[in-house]
Ligand binder design. Structure first.
Ligand code: HC0
Ligand code: SF4
Length: 574
């Protein structure tokens, strides 16, 4: 350790730490903007470009950026001197002088870190009114909007995309006043290998990167008397949406969501969890089929669209290993426009399926030709958790005090197995609860496969299928996925089944979830809540879902059957 003084007080602190880290430990707040410490993901943004965390160090002429300056023995630091406060204000004022003046119509209004910094530094006017850089927005993709005019060159997106996701899409282009962050040659996002994982969006402090907003389209569909609009919510929404209304991360709000959707005017209010149970019926069957027929192994789960794009771009030679199952929300759309339409006697062309997802990639996924049938999209519109929260606010609902409601019949029932889809390890655990019973013919008494759980980036476990060992691999975050895929490509992998989720934490950490500003404890709280919701469910295995049993009895026949093949499966080509 070393002895230092901060704001007149003595501290013993670990050698090699930064001023920012020791100040945080001592509960002294130094404002930051470009700083992003994802220590749980082993990534830190060291750009030190914003100059907001400047502090005085005795004996130095210039102020020091706290985020990259290491403490040394005897260092005397002042974080709250007038000089450092003035320097911080100046740094922010300079950023504001080259930033569009449109806070109240900005998608990040009240969620913007630059905006709150300006407020917290008491900035009430733009001091330097010089030339402003204006760039065209990139709206080429169906998932992400890039608005370089709002980029403050913090490089957080770059740290996320390169160091955590290993996709390397975003980097600094040009220099000086012309510098922006974007894809190489400033290509439109849709022409890059971007996976639309949205993790860059999750860490952007301003609105330089946001999701494509679909809320107006959803309202218009609801308004259209000719349309029959059904909504589904993803597993991970129920443990995160409350945050948008001041509730603690991990508060379970499933029933309130059903009520909110009904009050919004949706004609049918459903749960993607129903379709997750359906996915398990197909995916567990596929796994057993591959195991028993010398099929391609390992089988990889295929429900995460950013991960599917990742393997397409980065490992096209491995495209025969993902499961052929469409993702649950797409399966939901396919069943809504066939079985359900028939049951309720509504023309499928009039049905609009709206998915509420924690995910930005689901927007582009819904348009993939491999996943649509008869040219009618299975899913018509996708909104993120954040967009859905805005809709609730627009409708003026007091969300925390809404009564608990129920999802509608036919596609609203779900089991604990489907709930855990929302976090890393959950899909494979859900598949095992069913595959175990089907492969062994025995009842699984202990449904909790604790060996599959946790938040380590790569995990492995084996499960005993009555004398047959099944080796499971799990990865979340695309950098970790890359490591597993490299092993498979190089013939070093011994797994039978692998679950991959593109976002750190799985869907609970999705790019469309309420902003967590890099705070890992928020994603952890959501993760815990997912298992709580599972534990509280009467039914815990997908094949016990009575609505799923009915769906097979009345419509699909059997898993991997002809109708399933037609509606619920796909394949990806190079
Ligand atoms: Fe997920 Fe899904 S679990 S990808 O993580 O599989 O987005 O929450 O909706 O489709 O069910 C996201 C979450 C889903 C799908 C499901 C899967
Ligand atoms: Fe990179 Fe994901 Fe952002 Fe695409 S969406 S630029 S892959 S972080």
């Amino acid at each position: 350790t070393v002895s230092i003084i901060i704001n007149g007080e003595d501290y013993q602190v670990p050698k090699d730490s930064t001023i920012l880290d020791v100040a945080k430990e001592a509960r002294i707040h130094i404002p930051t903007l470009c700083h992003l410490d994802l220590h749980n993901l082993k990534a830190v943004n060291k750009a030190a470009s914003c100059r907001v965390c400047m502090v005085e160090v005795e004996g130095r002429n210039n102020l020091a950026p706290a985020c990259v300056t290491k403490v040394t023995e005897g260092m005397n630091i002042k974080t709250d001197s007038i000089k450092s406060i003035k320097a911080r204000r100046m740094a922010v004022e300079l950023l504001l002088s080259n930033h569009p003046n449109e806070c109240f119509t900005c998608p990040k209004n009240l969620d913007c870190e630059l905006q709150s910094l300006a407020k917290n530094l008491g900035i009430t006017r733009i001091k330097f009114d010089g030339e402003r850089k204006e760039y065209a927005k990139d709206t080429s993709s169906s998932s992400i909007v890039k608005d370089p005019s709002k980029c403050i060159m913090c490089r957080r997106c770059e740290t996320m995309c390169n160091d955590v996701q290993t996709c390397g899409i975003l980097s600094g282009l040009d220099r000086g006043f012309d510098a922006i962050v974007g894809p190489a040659f400033n290509l439109p996002m849709k022409d890059t290998s971007c996976t639309y994982c949205g993790q860059c969006v999750a860490v952007c402090p301003t609105a330089a990167l946001t999701e494509v907003n679909a809320t107006d389209k959803v309202w218009s569909a609801i308004e259209d008397k000719d349309k029959y609009v059904v909504a589904q919510i993803a597993p991970a929404i129920r443990v995160a949406l409350g945050e948008e209304f001041g509730m603690a991360p991990g508060t379970i709000v499933t029933g309130k969501i059903a009520t909110a959707m009904k009050r919004m005017g949706f004609d049918g209010v459903f749960d993607t969890d129903f379709a997750a149970d359906l996915t398990i019926m197909e995916e567990a069957s596929e796994l057993i089929h591959r195991l028993e027929n010398n099929g391609t192994l390992p089988m990889l789960t295929s429900c995460c669209p950013a991960w599917v794009k990742f393997i397409e771009h980065q490992f096209p030679e491995l495209l025969d290993i993902p499961s052929s199952c469409k993702s649950p929300h797409i399966m939901f759309g396919a069943i809504a426009k066939t079985y359900y339409a028939e049951k309720i006697g509504v023309d499928p062309d009039k049905i609009v399926v709206v998915s509420v997802m924690p995910c930005i990639a689901k927007k582009a996924e819904a348009e993939r030709p491999e996943l649509t049938k008869d040219e009618a999209n299975n899913v018509d519109l996708v909104v993120t958790t954040r967009e859905f929260a805005t809709m609730i606010k627009e409708a003026g609902m007091d969300f925390p005090n809404l009564p608990d409601g129920e999802f509608d019949k036919l596609m609203g029932e779900s089991t604990g197995a489907s709930v855990i889809f929302g976090t890393t390890g959950g899909v494979i655990e859900a598949a095992l609860r069913t595959a175990y019973e089907w492969a062994t013919g025995e009842t699984l008494e202990k449904v909790d496969f604790k060996q599959l759980r946790g938040l380590d980036g790569i995990r492995e476990a084996s499960v005993d299928l009555k004398g047959k060992e099944l080796k499971i691999g799990i990865a979340h975050g695309l950098g970790n996925a890359r490591r597993l895929l490299e092993d498979i490509r190089d013939g070093k992998s011994h797994y039978h089944a692998i679950e991959i989720m593109a976002c750190p934490g799985g869907c609970v950490g999705g790019g469309g979830q309420p902003y967590h500003h890099g705070d890992a404890s928020i994603v952890e709280a959501r993760h815990k809540a997912i298992y709580e919701e599972d534990a509280g469910k009467k039914l815990r295995k997908s094949h016990e879902n009575p609505e799923i049993i009915k769906l097979y009895d009345e419509f699909l026949g059997k898993p991997l059957g002809h109708k399933s093949h037609d509606l619920l499966h796909t394949h990806y080509e190079k």
